[in-house]
Design a binder for this molecule. Structure first.
Ligand SMILES: [Cu+2]
Length: 125
C-alpha cells in the first residue's frame, strides 16, 4: 500500500501553490499611501494641491489622483503628476476651491506593475 499517491494534477496544483506563495512575497512592493496633504478628514485652508507620498515609486502613465466635490463632479480638470525627482510622490494641482467637502481618489501603479487604489476626503474651510 502506497502512503502517498500524488497524481500529476495534484503535483501541478502543489507546484502552482508554491509559485503563488513565491510571487506573493514580492507583492509587498505595492505602492501604499504613507501620508497626504491635505490629510484625510483635515480642515484645509486654501490648499494649492493634493500631495500623496507612497511607499514605492510610481509609474506616471498609469497613476493618478482625481478630486470630486460634494456633488460627485470633478473639482478640477487638471491632471495629476508624479514628481520627477521622487517618483514616490504624486500631486494634483488645485484651483481655488469653494468651501465644502472634497473626495480624493487615487490609483497608484508601482514599477512592478501592481495597482493599488484608495479614497479619502478633506474639508475646505
Ligand atoms: Cu506589488
Amino acid at each position: 500500500m502506497k502512503l502517498f499517491d500524488f497524481s500529476s494534477s495534484t503535483l501541478r496544483a502543489l507546484m502552482s501553490g508554491a509559485v503563488a506563495l513565491a510571487m506573493s512575497s514580492t507583492a509587498f512592493a505595492h505602492a501604499h499611501l504613507i501620508s497626504s496633504v491635505p490629510a484625510a478628514n483635515a480642515d484645509a485652508v486654501g490648499p494649492a494641491d493634493v500631495t500623496i507620498h507612497f511607499t514605492e515609486p510610481l509609474e506616471p502613465a498609469f497613476s493618478r489622483i482625481t478630486l470630486a466635490g460634494a456633488s460627485g463632479k470633478p473639482a478640477t480638470t487638471s491632471t495629476s503628476t508624479v514628481d520627477s525627482s521622487d517618483a514616490r510622490v504624486m500631486r494634483l494641482a488645485l484651483p481655488q476651491l469653494t468651501s465644502g467637502r472634497y473626495a480624493v481618489h487615487w490609483v497608484a501603479v508601482a514599477t512592478d506593475g501592481h495597482r493599488t487604489q484608495g479614497d479619502f476626503a478633506f474639508n475646505v474651510k
